[in-house]
Design a protein around this ligand. Structure first.
Ligand SMILES: *Cc1c(COP(=O)(O)O)cnc(C)c1O
Length: 422
């Protein structure tokens, strides 16, 4: 089946006389006839539902759809993209471990890694997304447990050379984790280029309507943890909290990673997605393939328009010929990337702020990647505490406007930008 058919159909096949739409199972708990039946679930000897903090049927259908879209073996939903990235890393790294991460990642993820997880005793080395093989090589340590990057980075819009990062990770016996939020599986499936784990902030294009915050983790099922049993002891050695279950033995390479993240991390940390939000997420997924095409068309049309405008100093969009990431985009995103374009307005910080105030269709928001066009001036909002020098170090120039093209008509978005620039 093609990606569009999977968006519409996968994850849930009703039986005879069952609801056509995924039912919202709004129940915290599930009933059993005997304590023995329930005991088997607690020992992971039988599979089934007992408490929504661990698993819920609505969430599982939606996770199964996303697993199918990415071409993975298993998936789980989380309450947010932040929780997805935290769990994906924390499932295999703990105090005393080390991670190599691209420096071009979402600000929230950077903070999670560099501040919060550092306090938990996990060290991060940040490398340029355009690092050479030698530079990548130099970042690894004996205690490195994973490599992390974003397909199309938010907000830098840099494209990651997934194959290069995957090769470096595998050479050191660790998995590559890719946050595929901006590209979505409609435009890039990182597993096809060697990535091992994929994460999403489903809050963005997957939901697509700005309705619910959520996240997802997908496992390719291809990374062989058992080749490095000491490095990945949590997956390859018995878990005392489940009467000595060994995840790779009981659930195989296809199921070990997601099962462990569910029965340990979700059990203990509890960042579940509500079944209501999972239902809304599925509504978004049903049209993801149609919407991504339009987002990317609008993004390219706006980027081309801006690129030839005398009042614009620079444009960053990987689909634009001449962009530093154009070649990588041709390889990893041949059908388009996303609707987010960033650019500089001549006149710097003040000009960017004035320009945004004049927009009528595009709204000023902290959000990106939904149906309605929105924009953000990081220097006066998310990054406002930084000096111009600090902004430069973070790759955010004072004139940078992040413009997220929605699903409106491209002509109207361009006309809006034109009148605002005027
Ligand atoms: C928004 C975002 C996140 C965080 O997701 P939330 O759902 O807001 O917690 C992580 N990664 C990327 C690339 C994002 O854009």
């Amino acid at each position: 089946m093609g990606i569009g058919t999977k968006c519409v159909q996968d994850g849930y096949r009703p039986g005879n006389g069952e609801p056509r739409q995924i039912p919202i199972v709004q129940s915290t708990t599930f009933k059993y006839d005997t304590s023995q039946d329930m005991g088997k679930l607690f020992d992971l000897e039988a599979s089934g539902y007992f408490y929504t903090r661990l698993q819920n049927p609505t969430n599982d259908h939606v996770a199964a759809k996303i697993a199918s879209l990415e071409g993975g073996s298993a998936a789980m939903l989380t309450s947010s993209g932040q929780a997805a990235n935290f769990y994906a890393v924390f499932n295999i790294a703990s105090c005393g471990d080390h991670i190599v991460a691209s420096s071009a990642i979402y600000g929230g993820t950077f903070n999670l890694f560099a501040v919060t997880m550092k306090r938990m005793g996990i060290e991060f080395t940040f490398v340029s997304p355009h690092a050479t093989e030698e530079e990548l090589e130099a970042a690894f340590r004996p205690n490195t447990k994973a490599v992390f990057g974003e397909t199309v980075a938010n907000p830098a819009l840099v494209v990651l050379d997934i194959e290069k990062f995957a090769n470096a990770a595998h050479k050191h016996g660790v998995p590559l984790i890719i946050d595929n939020t901006f590209a979505t599986p409609v435009h890039c499936r990182p597993f096809e280029f060697g990535a091992d784990i994929v994460t999403h902030s489903t809050t963005k294009y997957m939901d697509g309507h700005g309705a619910g915050v959520g996240g997802c983790i997908v496992d390719s099922g291809k990374f062989d943890w058992t080749e490095y049993p000491e490095k990945f002891a949590g997956l390859c050695e018995p878990d005392d909290s489940y009467h000595g279950v060994t995840y790779t033995e009981r659930f195989g390479l296809e199921g070990a990673f997601i099962t462990k993240a569910t029965v340990q991390l979700m059990r203990d940390l509890g960042s579940i997605q509500s079944p209501q939000n999972a239902f809304l997420l599925n509504m978004g997924l049903e049209s993801l393939h149609v919407r991504m095409k339009r987002h990317a068309e609008n993004g390219l049309a706006v980027a081309k328009y801006l690129n030839s405008h005398e009042k614009i100093s620079w444009v960053k969009y990987c689909g634009l010929e001449g962009d530093t990431d154009y070649e990588l985009a041709q390889k990893y995103l041949p059908n388009g990337s996303c609707g987010v374009v960033s650019f500089g307005v001549k006149g710097g910080r003040k000009a960017a702020e004035d320009f945004m105030q004049k927009l009528k269709v595009a709204a000023i928001e902290t959000h990106v990647a939904d149906a309605r066009t929105c924009c953000l001036h990081p220097a006066s909002s998310t990054h406002r505490q930084m000096s111009d020098e600090e902004l430069a170090a973070a790759g955010v120039s004072p004139d940078l406007v992040r413009f997220s093209c929605g699903l409106e008509d491209a002509e109207d978005l361009i006309a809006d930008i034109e009148q605002a620039l005027k």
